[in-house]
Design a protein around this ligand. Structure first.
Ligand SMILES: [Zn+2]
Length: 332
């Protein structure tokens, strides 16, 4: 039995295997039956509507929609059981997003983005409005929808989509950097700390490193430098810090996964933020007392066990530190 996709203008057809295999992603297109009239009439109607056929299409038991038209391109899932509409083009989305974009003009993003890209944006991506480009970036960050799906939705090429996302991420980094303020002890004075941090004098930052899995790079030197022995995978690593009022006050650049915690502290510029008298809280793995001592700051860390025992004072400190919220728990 020949299986053909009924969605919009899609040409997926089981007779032409070459159309069904994506060698780059290592995936094969699968075909999915329409929900039956008896079991799920409403859903069947939704699927037919999503196909947007104006040529008198009649849905039969041999009608299919291929996996390419579902959000993660693997077919219906519990979260996204229906195919994306074949006319979810820029016009429909613009209408939908237009309702959401109240107050957009007030931010003046459009003008600032043009300044940021020295006017290049206007020529390159003029097909999409600034607001649509912003939405593409947010959707990508929040829902991890593939570049290909976003390109389909907005009717642009995958190359343009990834260029838009990269440009916007760099732009947002510049625009939002003011949020990462590293408050001094005098600025923190008088603010009520969360219970876990009360009674720890001079505490200005709680630090930890977090790692992101990446694909194994092709080049051997890159493989070696990104291999994290802690995670046994290739990763990128960064240092994050929260203030004792539990907001992020420092996020470092990304480093390759093989870097040590101590080295990341040294290279990330975190030490330059410190002032004499500050205290920094960290996990046991951070042997950075010497680096902090040079800045006349001190480290608060769980005591390391010596000869199998810890003193009662040390165990109280350990318990208190263990109770404190940690930046990586927050970020995850
Ligand atoms: Zn299809």
């Amino acid at each position: 039995m020949v299986k053909r996709c009924a969605w919009g203008t899609c040409n997926s057809d089981s007779r032409y295997q070459e159309r069904l295999v994506n060698e780059v992603e290592g995936t094969t297109v699968t075909f999915h039956h329409f929900p039956t009239e008896i079991r799920d009439k409403e859903r069947r109607k939704t699927w037919i509507r999503a196909c947007c056929r104006k040529d008198g299409f009649v849905c039969t038991k041999d009608s299919y929609v291929c996996s390419l038209h579902f959000v993660d391109k693997k077919g219906p899932t519990e979260e996204y059981p229906d195919p994306i509409s074949a006319t979810a083009s820029r016009d429909t989305l613009r209408l939908l997003l237009g309702k959401l974009c109240m107050g957009w003009g007030r931010f003046g993003f459009k003008r600032r983005l043009l300044d940021f890209t020295c006017g290049k944006q206007k020529k390159k991506f003029s097909k999409l409005s600034t607001w649509e480009q912003f939405i593409i970036t947010l959707v990508r960050l929040r829902r991890k929808i593939t570049i290909e799906t976003l390109a389909d939705l907005f009717g642009i090429s995958t190359g343009s989509t990834s260029r838009i996302i990269i440009t916007w991420i760099l732009f947002l980094e510049k625009e939002l950097s003011f949020l990462l303020h590293f408050p001094t002890l005098s600025e923190l004075d008088g603010i009520q700390y969360p219970k876990a941090f009360r009674g720890i004098p001079d505490l200005r930052g709680i630090i930890d490193c977090t790692e992101f899995y990446i694909e194994t790079p092709n080049r051997l030197p890159s493989q070696r430098s990104t291999y994290s022995t802690y995670k046994s995978r290739n990763t990128f690593k960064l240092l994050v810090s929260i203030s004792p009022i539990a907001h992020f006050n420092f996020v470092s650049n990304l480093f390759s996964g093989s870097i040590s915690d101590k080295e990341i502290i040294r290279q990330s510029g975190f030490l330059d933020k410190l002032q004499p008298g500050d205290a920094i809280m960290a996990d046991k793995g951070f042997n950075i007392q010497d680096l902090l001592a040079l800045r006349e700051t001190r480290l608060i860390a769980p005591p390391i066990m010596r000869k199998g025992t810890v003193s009662s004072k040390a165990s109280t400190i350990t318990r208190r530190i263990a109770k404190s919220p940690h930046p990586c728990w927050k970020s995850n």
